[in-house]
Design a binder for this molecule. Structure first.
Ligand SMILES: C[S@@+](CC[C@H](N)C(=O)[O-])C[C@H]1O[C@@H](n2cnc3c(N)ncnc32)[C@H](O)[C@@H]1O
Length: 218
């Protein structure tokens, strides 16, 4: 389901600051050659995340879900020269592609890749992080959130991706039909409900692309 008219989205993209040609190369290669290319965050979301990173003057970023390295590189482009991104993924094959692309990109040196399960790696990381991007296995979204909130700096923000799950989380919406219902719908509803009911978190759920939850500690 498209949340926004395609032509309107194209207009917004045309008027926004966007990821560089280095990122375009990853996007194009992934679309042509890699299974699951719909998982890429895309230009609009990348531009918005870039805006957030610049607004809070982020220096350290943690990403869950590297895939082919597109989102990590788009974020790296919006960090200062001494900025750092730690990105975690369990899939060595896609991470190898990511590393090849980063090694040829102007901002690739800011990215450090860790291979393994997010649940195992997060507890080994040194705080603080100014920005956490959660875009990995949906079943662990609540666990990732609970593990990363204590790692946030004072200006820190967490963004969780795909929280509308093509509209399936909303009963009665265009895409909420039972044929589209899957276990991820339940996982995502649970994390959305958790954020909405948690008094220590300030959350804003935006209908950008597949839904982005912006979260801050209160
Ligand atoms: C939606 S994709 C990430 C897309 C990427 N952020 C982008 O836009 O370029 C999700 C990734 O999460 C990874 N993943 C799945 N389970 C994981 C786990 N338990 N720990 C870490 N990463 C995991 C998958 O291998 C996949 O590459």
């Amino acid at each position: 389901m498209d949340m926004v008219d395609k032509k309107i989205e194209a207009y917004c993209i045309a008027k926004s600051n966007l990821p560089s040609a280095d990122c375009d190369r990853i996007e194009e290669y992934t679309k042509a050659n890699v299974h699951g290319f719909g998982m890429l965050i895309g230009k609009m979301e990348a531009s918005f995340i870039g805006f957030l990173l610049r607004s809070i003057q982020a220096k350290r970023v943690l990403e869950l879900g590297t895939y082919t390295g597109y989102s990590a590189l788009t974020m790296a482009e919006n960090l200062p020269d001494d900025g750092e991104i730690i990105t975690i993924d369990i899939n060595q094959t896609t991470v190898k592609l990511a590393k090849d692309f980063w090694s040829q990109a102007s901002h690739g040196h800011k990215i450090k890749s860790l291979i393994g399960s997010g649940l195992d790696i997060i507890p080994t990381l040194k705080a603080p992080f100014d920005f956490v991007f959660i875009d990995a296995d949906k079943r662990n979204y609540i666990a990732y959130l609970k593990l990363t909130v204590p790692l946030l700096s004072d200006r820190g923000i967490i963004v969780i991706d795909n929280v509308l799950w093509s509209g399936r989380v909303v009963p009665g919406s265009e895409s909420s039909g039972s044929e589209l219902h899957d276990r991820n719908t339940d996982f995502i509803r649970s994390v959305n409900n958790y954020i909405a009911s948690e008094p220590t978190l300030y959350g804003t759920l935006l209908p950008i692309r597949d839904g982005m939850f912006l979260i801050k500690k209160i």
